[in-house]
Design a protein around this ligand. Structure first.
Ligand code: FEO
Length: 395
């Protein structure tokens, strides 16, 4: 399958409709994904990125149907992670001498993964590759967005930025372009992708966006490596990234809990009631962690100005589900967000103290000591939980 994007540039990737988990089981992909690979056929023929390893054979067979593989002059590997480089071993068996243009770090990652000494051509920001017909590729290192080896490639003449992971979404579709799909689904997946993968690198991203803007390149199309291609007002996603990279938050408070016998659940609901009574404008959302998709919850945290985390006390500490989630939030290095803890207990009641320590360690500003409730909340304790919610709304 080859789908035309513009002039002599085509999509030759793979739509993975059934993908439900990515990065092992770290990232849920409820809308599947795509691995976008691109073929540029000017005087020189270039393949930009490949697909994930399980689809390597299918990819190479498909590619061989649309082009004589021996006509490929150059390969560009914008990023070494296996979802984009996974078909290289299969492909390089057939065209072993074709040069692979990539960053210095990509040589390390590709050699480290595939143990092959292919014909690597190291490029850095500003380096160019002439394709004939007045067109050239310009390389832009995208270090830490999201790997140290990441790179983007710009095609002059057609003004296409092959951005690799940046601006992508895990979103399977037969439609190629952003204006042809459900905008709500598209932006939900784009934000989830940013929140779960790029949040830790927001400061780097802010600088990189400034650097790309300073190049003064006309960008007509942003051809990502996952999901749709931004061809209709492509700068809309760049503007969104600039917003998201600015320690983004909406007027939202998110309450996330796990519960053993529904006491902590009861607190969560009463706290939400108190917030709603005090600030009708704020969006309050409540989630039982064990019944939710963790990566969707990370998106909710990303949107929140305040996060409340609830766990009953168990073993003098907190539930392992909550511990895992706080760890995930810590990895993502959220900035400029407040937090508070709550939880029921029967005997010793350490959960709020432990949660406060962990949340502080995860970079949140702790609002107060938290709400610590012995046994299941009675009427008076439920009123206290509502009051706690009111206090949070005012904080
Ligand atoms: Fe889509 Fe970092 O790989």
């Amino acid at each position: 399958m080859k789908k035309l994007i513009k002039n002599n540039v085509s999509w030759v990737g793979k739509v993975d409709w059934e993908l439900q988990q990515f990065h092992g089981n770290e990232f849920s992909t409820n809308h599947g994904s795509t691995y976008n690979s691109y073929l540029i056929q000017e005087e020189k023929t270039v393949l930009v990125d490949t697909v994930w390893m399980p689809y390597a054979k299918e990819f190479v067979e498909n590619l061989a149907q649309v082009i004589d593989l021996n006509e490929i002059d150059y390969i560009v590997a914008n990023h070494g992670e296996v979802d984009h480089s996974g078909a290289l071993p299969e492909l390089m068996k057939l065209i072993p001498d074709v040069p692979i243009y990539c960053s210095e770090n990509a040589v390390k990652s590709l050699k480290g993964q595939y143990h092959q000494d292919w014909n690597f051509q190291v490029v850095k920001t500003g380096d160019k590759l002439d394709l004939g017909n007045g067109k050239e590729l310009i390389f832009v290192e995208m270090r830490m967005l999201h790997w140290p080896d990441s790179m983007a490639t710009y095609l002059t003449g057609d003004n296409i930025l092959f951005s690799n992971d940046a601006f992508g979404q895990h979103y399977a579709t037969e439609k190629l372009f952003n204006n042809l799909v459900d905008q709500c689904d598209l932006y939900k997946e784009a934000m989830k992708y940013y929140a779960n993968i790029l949040t830790p690198f927001s400061a780097i991203l802010r600088k990189k966006l400034d650097e790309i803007i300073a190049f003064n390149l006309t960008i007509d199309i942003i051809a990502t490596s996952h999901g749709i291609i931004w061809n209709d007002n492509p700068m809309q996603i760049v503007e969104k990234y600039a917003q998201w990279a600015g320690d983004y938050q909406e007027n939202q408070i998110t309450i996330i809990y796990d519960t053993m016998w529904n006491g902590t659940k009861n607190l969560a609901e009463k706290i939400a009631e108190g917030i709603g009574l005090t600030d009708p404008d704020v969006e309050v959302k409540v989630f039982n962690l064990s019944k939710s998709d963790e990566n969707d919850l990370i998106t909710e945290v990303f949107k929140s100005k305040t996060v409340l985390i609830g766990s009953p006390t168990i073993g003098g500490s907190i539930l392992h589900s909550i511990a895992g989630f706080v760890h995930l939030m810590k990895e993502l290095k959220f900035k400029n967000k407040k937090a508070a803890a709550f939880g029921c207990y029967g005997w010793s009641g350490e959960s709020t103290k432990v949660l406060n320590e962990w949340l502080e360690g995860a970079g949140f500003e702790i609002i107060n000591e938290g709400l610590r409730n012995q046994w299941n909340p009675d009427d008076a304790q439920q009123v206290s939980a509502i009051d706690f919610g009111k206090e949070i709304a005012k904080a």
